[in-house]
Design a protein around this ligand. Sequence first.
Ligand code: SF4
Length: 470
Amino acid sequence: MRASVYIETLGCQMNVADTERAATRLRAAGYDLTESEETADVVLFNTCSVRAKAAQKVFTRINDVRRGRIGTGRQPLLGLLGCVAQLEGASLFDQEPALSLVAGTRATDRLPALIERALEGEGRTIDLGERVEGETWDVAMQERHSPYVAFVPIIEGCNKFCSYCIVPFSRGRERSRTALEIVEEVRRLCAEGYREVQLIGQNVNSYRPRTDDGLREFRGATPFSRLLRAVAATGMERIKFTTSFPRDFHTDIVTALDELENLCDWVHLPVQSGSDRVLKAMRRGYRVADYLKRVEAIRGARRRLALTSDIIVGFPGETAEEFEDTMRLVEQCQRIAATRISITANHARSGQWTWKISAIAAAISTPITVNAPRNAAVPSQRPRRYAARSTGRESTFTMVLPETSDDTAIDPRKSARQVRMNRHTPRVFATNEACAWCTASVSPAMPAAMTPGSEATIPPMLTTTAMMKK
Ligand code: SF4
């Protein structure tokens, strides 16, 4: 038996998927994957660089691990994977002298050999290279984060270069997997008993595979809408996809959602600002009117679709009026279709912003409070109230797919019991407790007992709270 490895994942679904792949490769190479950071020979952190707080957190965690081993005479080999590793490279060894290994976002498959070199005493082992041609994406069932819901990456990287975002540098340019490969993976997941797949990528609807293989028999205006039809044809019970980029959002996606029952009723379409000038400064490549056209198309669906979005407030140079434009857009979207808006203050990377706001506006008539960041540079500081207009969902019961039957969080960072909502959002929190990691707390009335992996019906959400957290 080779060394035991503990991997901790910070950040987004792409990082979760990368960890699952890394664990698959490591186990295949004979490493023992462990849940215990106290006893592991190798401790790896899969890092996130989107928010400065997450990037900093990893150094705190390294210190925690090292402190926990004081007196044992046995410190683990420490390594960083993921976005921070890719961006900061060899300088990390100077920032944290206890580090032995730095592996970037495309080095997942080479991890077993890298660890071996580091364990043999190579010293500073580093790999920031590209994926090699023909790399496999398969993930062993035991390494998936859930036995019911699977993440399936379809595209990685980004070509958009929004002015505030680091992803094109941390994850490189867009690379799409072939449809054949994706469909084969979803078929396997069906056979293994998975109930839901989430097709993931920085911009899933920018999907452009190098070949048409696997798509030819499926019609559609874009490769992505054809892929949706191909994946739906596997018979997977529920299919979600995130994130969509507004400029590439073709209305044929709505047509596919209308046609195919196993595509869930949810579109995540981040708008980021309600001001054309700010959108231009962000280099988003669309105007508010373009975004509203997409929202209208979503509202025009025969099925009732849920829309979620992200907004950045306090973008450098944003005026009070531009902030008001964004708030007006929020109200407009809520009138049209939106069920949830996540608002992020331009964050601490600039050294100024530490407030993150998340506002959830469920499609019920409960008022939602959105607090503007308490920062002098943000134009509007007074709490704002929005009545989330009803779309009729208050009379609807919602089917959920529980992933756990007890109050133990699947994700140790989250204190709230969580289940995945079938149709309208990726996840719903089933207690009044604040989530330890994000800022949202939602409290639907839940049945006392739920069986993991089998559907349960919950009443409509009763309260929705938006909180602000430092
Ligand atoms: S499209 Fe998304 S991932 Fe790409 S640069 Fe813009 S914000 Fe970043």
